[in-house]
Design a protein around this ligand. Sequence first.
Ligand SMILES: [Zn+2]
Length: 264
Amino acid sequence: MEKKESLNLLIYDREYELFFSSRQQKIIYGKNFILCSALFRNLYVIIEDVLRDGKMPAAAAVEDALRSFYREVNQDDEILDMPITAWNLTSKMLYWLCGSDPEPDEQGMVFYFAEALGLYGLIVTWLDPWEVAGGQVNSKKWLGDEENNFFFRKRCRQFHVNPTVINKQFTYYHDSPGILPLCWAELLYALQQKQKASICLYCNNVYLFPSNNYQKGNCGQPACRRANLIQKHGGIKGYNAWEAERKKNSSGKRGRPRKSQTNR
Ligand SMILES: [Zn+2]
């Protein structure tokens, strides 16, 4: 099934990750969930269509999004992984969300899509203490559903666990000929580390909650913090009025708003 002798590595260094794709021959380094974040960023439009509007995705749109995910992490838009074909589960899940059965399609795009939704749902259900990202889901019945586990269990058989030492600390890495299994490996690692995480509604990156603040409502990048504040103040007009008032009160000083105002 998986092509060639490719071997992709995901190495954990506490709250950071290194991803090495054998094709790309370079390391991507960043906070945890590098791969899931790339997946959700690329599939964002269709995920949103389904979760917010109950719109069934077109196979071609799923394929485009999936290829751009592979291109981003692997420098090649070849879809490296075989789909997990679970017709009953997939059609049940999409029926719940979209109210109609998906059309069977030769490329199996519907399975990839159900898998990405399942991963999204389980991150929100298992790792997000407040289900920040779950708020936009119009039907949460499938979230945390035992059957949703199906993709998780299947993909976990497609990577290996290897112990290693980084910076004198014991850790491990996962390797797989594919890339989608390593997305699920990120979820497994977070569960084992008892991390709390959610998906930023503004940029679709998965972010970790600090252990002392489970209220964090976005990933914390300046653009997402601002988008969150605009939403909180009912749009750009309300935000500008609040911002003007805030500057007046702080005698024109610029800077971070007080903590109690930035949270959610
Ligand atoms: Zn964000």
